[in-house]
Design a protein around this ligand. Structure first.
Ligand code: FES
Ligand code: FES
Length: 180
C-alpha cells in the first residue's frame, strides 16, 4: 500500500493578469487573492485588515469592479483582469484619485488608503460627477479609523473633477488633431 504524506502540500499553477502583466505561481488552491498579491507577487499596496470582508482595506478591481481580495481565491481570479493600487499610478504620475487624496489630505496613517483608492476609482467611472452625499455613500463600505471621512469625501468629489478635466483636455486635443 502507498503511504500518503498528509503534510504534503498540494499546489496548482495559477496565472493571473495583474496590472496588465501575466504572473504564474504554484500555490495551494485555498490561497487567497490578497495573499497571492502580497506574498507571491510582493504587491504590498493591497492591505489586509479584517480578513473577513468587512473593512475594505484589501479592495482591488476585478474587471474594473471593486472586490474584497480577502474573500476571493487566487484560482478563481484567473479568468479576470486584476488591478491593484500599484496599477493606478506612481508617485511621479499619480492617477486622479491618488492626486485628489494628496490635495484634500484624505489620509493619516494611510492603512485604509489603497482600498479607498480602488473603490473610488471604480465609483467615479460610474458616476463622473457625484454629490457629496453620493460620495459618502460610495465609500460607506470602507472603514477608516483615522480621518472621520471628511477629507476622504472631499477627495472623492475632487477626484471626479480631476478626471472630468483630464477627459475634457483629451477630447480637446483629439478635436484639434482632427481639424489639422
Ligand atoms: S481585509 Fe478584506 S475586507 Fe478587510
Ligand atoms: S487613514 Fe488610517 S485607517 Fe484610514
Amino acid at each position: 500500500m502507498t503511504d500518503i504524506d498528509q503534510n504534503a502540500l498540494v499546489t496548482v499553477d495559477v496565472t493571473l493578469s495583474v496590472n496588465g502583466v501575466a504572473h504564474t505561481r504554484a500555490v495551494e488552491p485555498r490561497r487567497l487573492l490578497s495573499d497571492f498579491l502580497r506574498h507571491d507577487l510582493r504587491l504590498t499596496g493591497t492591505h489586509v485588515g479584517c480578513e473577513h470582508g468587512v473593512c475594505g482595506a484589501c479592495t482591488v478591481l476585478v474587471d474594473g469592479e471593486p472586490m474584497r481580495s480577502c474573500l476571493m481565491f487566487a484560482v478563481s481570479a484567473q479568468e479576470h483582469s486584476i488591478t491593484t493600487v500599484e496599477g493606478l499610478g506612481t508617485q511621479e504620475a499619480m492617477g486622479p484619485v491618488q492626486q485628489a487624496f494628496v490635495e484634500c489630505h484624505g489620509l493619516q496613517c494611510g492603512f485604509c488608503t489603497p482600498g479607498f483608492v480602488t473603490t473610488i476609482t471604480a465609483f467615479i467611472e460610474e458616476n463622473p460627477d457625484p454629490t457629496s452625499e453620493e460620495a459618502r455613500e460610495a465609500i460607506s463600505g470602507n472603514l477608516c479609523r483615522c480621518t472621520g471621512y471628511q477629507n476622504i469625501c472631499k477627495a472623492v468629489v475632487r477626484a471626479a473633477e480631476i478626471k472630468r478635466n483630464l477627459t475634457a483636455e483629451k477630447s480637446a486635443k483629439t478635436d484639434q488633431g482632427d481639424s489639422q
